[in-house]
Design a protein around this ligand. Structure first.
Ligand code: GDP
Ligand code: IMO
Ligand code: MG
Length: 420
């Protein structure tokens, strides 16, 4: 048995939450491998909407095991709020959620450092979600971090205050006002709450499940173009969002990775700063935002919108070794007369099929135009009922990328999904 992976191929918010929830019927084990409360994964069913930040999107499925892997950074406050929301919805969280002891913790001072650092960057800010992600991963790689398992150590409070003092010293370089006690009481309460969950050696657990022939689905957060190595650096997040991140963030060997499913929207969005070659600054961009309800699930910020970018999509497919594509939100384009796809870039006047190193390069997309299908797709249940113009759009993408589209999502609800 292998670990199958579902991850985003764009700048996040592709619809990972919805698809993992749908696929979780086939997988007894769902595991998040990176990111943290910067993620916002939305699930719709029974006329209700739920947003998950730290908890895997399989949690609503009966008898599911949901692992928060070592690659995730956890803010106990966010985790507790999510769990309380889930308990309200009748989910037995303590039975379904297991946390790797090696997952690092986000302290209130990590959030403060995130805000101070963004403030100091001024116009060059990353547009971080201000959840303390960058500073928490800095402490992890800088070998200063606190991990979930440390919550059980007798000297945890001392270790916590030592790290907090380091943060206070670090913050002296910034001209930034803050309250060093901000959220501290709630954080300590939430840390206690977390102790009511099963802390596991995630790498042993995942490999044991594989031996027992249990199917495991690894759920990515963010998207490939936000990967710290391969995204549009420095406008990226601080973890490896790509498929290889699943090996590191769960403790599975590369040879244990099975099918890789890459999720993309039928157009593009980005939230935060950084290059976005096909971005639309006109009425069409506004219409995409309106029809797609493109506002951040974590921060509520309006998402930047634009046409599908095949150069970036092919890059993401290459880096991840994507076996099959999952296309989301095509219904958002239902009313469009014409739809465009960028097939190439002109970089400093020269035609290019690759993503340039320099995020400040002048990229001009070269577009191919498609006739819109002008039909409501949200009620279509069978592939045979999809309009010709829509299928031409799908087939063009499959041919260009060289990977089949195995799932088409035509609305936020679980039921609005066509598996081909
Ligand atoms: P994630 O971070 O990748 O899980 O995606 P988000 O939840 O942040 O953003 C995706 C948004 O699109 C959510 O509001 C979903 O409910 C919604 N959504 C997902 N799939 C579809 C779809 O096929 N059509 C439409 N119209 N909305 C969708
Ligand atoms: P999901 O999992 C979209 C973006 C932020 C910012 C950059 C760095 O819901 O797809 P960070 O807080 O990580 O330091 O911010 O990354 N970003 C996301 N954009 N979806 C996400 O997650 C994101 N998580 C981070 O907007 O540009
Ligand atoms: Mg999201």
């Amino acid at each position: 048995m292998k670990v199958d992976v579902v991850l985003g191929l764009q700048w996040g918010d592709e619809g990972k939450g919805k698809i993992v929830d749908v696929l979780a019927q086939q997988y007894p084990v769902i595991a998040r491998f990176q990111g943290g409360p910067n993620a916002g994964h939305s699930l719709h069913f029974d006329d209700k909407k739920y947003v998950l930040h730290t908890i895997p999107s399989g949690v609503f499925r009966k008898n599911s095991i949901n692992i928060i892997g070592n690659g995730v950074v956890i803010d106990p406050i966010t985790f507790m709020h999510e769990c309380l929301m889930l308990e309200d919805a009748g989910v037995p969280v303590r039975e379904r959620i297991f946390i790797s002891k090696k997952a690092h913790l986000i302290l209130p001072t990590h959030r403060i450092i995130d805000a101070a650092s963004e403030n100091a960057k001024g116009a060059n800010k990353i547009g971080s979600t201000l959840k303390g992600i960058g500073p928490a991963y800095m402490d992890k790689t800088g070998r200063n971090g606190l991990r979930t398992g440390d919550l059980l150590a007798p000297d945890f409070e001392d270790r916590h205050s030592a790290l907090k003092q380091k943060h206070i010293s670090f913050l002296k370089q910034f001209d930034y006002q803050y309250n060093p006690r901000e959220n501290e009481t709630e954080w300590m309460e939430a840390a206690q709450y977390m102790k009511g969950f099963k802390f596991i050696d995630g790498e042993y657990a995942v490999n044991q499940y594989l031996q027992e022939s249990k199917r495991i689905l690894a759920e990515g957060a963010q998207g490939s173009l936000l990967d710290v190595d391969f995204g549009s650096y420095p406008f990226v997040t601080s973890s490896n969002t790509i498929c290889a991140g699943a090996c590191i963030g769960l403790g599975v060997a590369p040879s244990s990775i099975g099918k890789v499913s890459g999720i993309f929207k039928a157009y593009c969005t980005r939230v935060g700063s950084g290059p976005f070659p096909t971005e639309l600054h006109d009425g069409t961009g506004d219409l995409l935002r309106k029809m797609g309800a493109e506002f951040g699930a974590t921060t509520g910020r309006p998402r930047r919108t634009g046409w599908l970018d095949l150069v970036a999509l092919k890059y993401a497919v290459m880096i991840n070794g994507v076996d099959n594509l999952i296309m989301m939100k095509a219904d958002v384009l239902d009313t469009f007369e014409t739809i465009k796809i960028a097939t190439h870039y002109k970089v400093d006047g020269i035609i290019s099929e690759t993503v340039p190193y320099d995020t400040y390069a002048s990229i001009e997309p070269v577009y191919k135009e498609f006739k819109g299908w002008k039909r409501d797709l949200t009620k279509v249940k069978k592939e045979e009922d999809l309009p010709f113009e829509f299928m031409s759009y799908v087939r063009f993408i499959e041919k260009e990328v060289g990977v089949p589209v195995s799932i088409i999502s035509l609305g936020p609800d679980r039921e609005q999904t066509i598996i081909r």
